[in-house]
Design a protein around this ligand. Structure first.
Ligand code: X2X
Length: 336
C-alpha cells in the first residue's frame, strides 16, 4: 500500500480531531455538511458517525460530504444552536431538553423520573411522542431526523458528599445543562442548580464553581469527570437523548436522493449507538471504581415524593398543556 499525499493529509486531519472524510473523490463535494456535537470523539455517537460518513460520500457518488466536529470544537451547545439557526452550521446533535430553550415541548421526555426503562423510552421516542416533538421542531425551522441518539439515564455525581436522598441536595451547587426543565427539576429537589454548557462543565467542577453534576455513566467516563468528582449516586432521575437537527433551509436544498442517503445512514448509526451505550453501561461502573469513584444507590420514591410535594409535576403539566402531558403519561404511566 502506498500512502499518497492526500492519504497523509486525511490522517493528519483525523488526528487533529475533525473526523473529515476524504478519499478517492478529488473534487470538493457539492454539498459539505458540518455536524457539530458536544460529546468526546471517543463517544459511540462520534464513533458511529465516523463509520457512516465515508458511506454517505460513497453512496452519493462524492456529492455529499459529512464533516463531524466532536467535543464542542465549534463552541458549546448554546453557540452551536445559534450557528445552526443562522445556517453557518448545517447539522448538530442536541438534547431535546436544551433545544427546549427554543421549542418548549421538546423537554417533555426530560420530566424527572418519568421513564424507568429503555423499553418505555424507545416506544415513546420512536413512536407518537417522537413524531409530535419532531413536528414541533419543524415548525421552528429545523429538520429532525427520525431516530434519536441515546445519552443515557442520568446519575448524580459530587465532589463533596454522596447524594443518598433529597436531604443531601439541600443547597447543593449542581451544574445542569442550559434548560428550564433541568433548573426546575433541581430547584424542586432543593438544590441550587447552575446552567453551564457541557463545554465548561469539567472546568466548573475543577475550580469548584459547582459541587456536582449529573450525567450518564458512559459520558462521566469518556469526559473524564472522575478526575474532578468523587461520589456517584445512582438516581436515574432523567433519561436524556439527542435529536439530530438539520438547518431547515439546508435540508430543503438537498436533493431528495441525498436527503434519503443522509437520513438512512444517520438513523442507522443512532440505532447502533443505542446498543453501544447499553453495552458500555455494563462495564463502565467497574472502570469508574478503579478511577476512585465511590458509588451508592438511592430510593427513587423519596425524590419523587419531594417533587410531588413541591408542585413540580403540577406546574409542568400546566406548562406543557394537556395534550403533550397525556402523550408523556401514555408511555410513562401516571406522574405526580
Ligand atoms: O450537557 C450535558 O450534560 C450533556 C452532554 O449530557 C447534554 O448534552 C445534555
Amino acid at each position: 500500500m502506498t500512502i499518497n499525499r492526500r492519504g497523509f493529509v486525511a490522517a493528519t486531519v483525523a488526528v487533529a480531531g475533525s473526523l473529515t472524510v476524504t478519499g478517492r473523490y478529488a473534487q470538493a463535494a457539492e454539498f459539505v455538511v458540518k455536524f457539530g456535537n458536544d460529546v468526546p470523539a471517543t463517544h459511540p455517537l462520534n464513533l458511529r458517525l465516523a463509520e457512516v460518513a465515508p458511506k454517505i460520500l460513497e453512496e452519493s457518488g462524492g456529492r455529499l460530504e459529512l464533516r463531524v466536529f466532536p467535543n464542542n470544537q465549534l463552541g458549546g451547545d448554546t453557540d452551536m444552536l445559534s450557528q445552526l439557526r443562522s445556517g453557518s452550521l448545517e447539522m448538530m446533535s442536541l438534547s431535546g431538553n436544551i433545544l427546549s430553550t427554543l421549542t418548549k415541548p421538546t423537554s417533555l421526555f426530560g420530566v424527572g423520573f418519568a421513564f424507568a426503562s429503555y423499553k418505555q423510552v424507545w416506544s415513546a421516542l420512536d413512536g407518537e411522542m417522537g413524531a409530535y416533538l419532531r413536528g414541533v421542531i419543524a415548525k421552528a425551522g429545523m429538520h429532525a431526523l427520525d431516530r434519536m441518539w441515546d445519552n443515557g439515564f442520568r446519575q448524580m455525581t459530587s465532589g463533596t458528599h454522596p447524594i443518598t436522598g433529597p436531604d443531601d441536595l439541600k443547597g447543593f451547587k449542581m451544574r445542569v445543562p442550559v434548560s428550564p426543565q433541568w433548573v426546575s427539576l433541581f430547584k424542586a429537589l432543593g438544590a441550587a442548580p447552575t446552567s453551564i454548557n457541557f463545554s465548561e462543565a469539567y472546568s466548573a467542577l475543577q475550580t469548584k464553581i459547582v459541587d456536582g453534576q449529573e450525567n450518564a455513566l458512559p459520558l462521566i467516563d469518556l469526559a473524564k469527570l472522575y478526575e474532578v468528582q468523587k461520589y456517584c449516586s445512582f438516581t436515574n432521575h432523567m433519561w436524556d437523548g439527542f435529536f439530530t437537527l438539520v438547518n431547515g433551509k439546508v435540508w430543503a436544498k438537498l436533493p431528495p436522493a441525498l436527503q434519503e442517503i443522509l437520513a438512512r445512514h444517520i438513523n442507522a448509526a443512532a440505532v447502533r449507538e443505542r446498543e453501544d451505550l447499553v453495552k458500555l453501561s455494563q462495564t463502565v461502573e467497574d472502570k469508574l471504581r478503579k478511577h476512585g469513584m465511590v458509588f451508592n444507590t438511592t430510593d427513587a420514591a423519596a425524590f419523587r415524593a419531594q417533587l410531588s410535594r413541591s408542585g413540580y409535576y403540577k406546574q409542568w403539566k400546566e406548562n406543557y398543556g394537556p395534550e403533550a402531558w397525556a402523550l408523556l403519561e401514555k408511555y410513562s404511566g401516571p406522574l405526580g
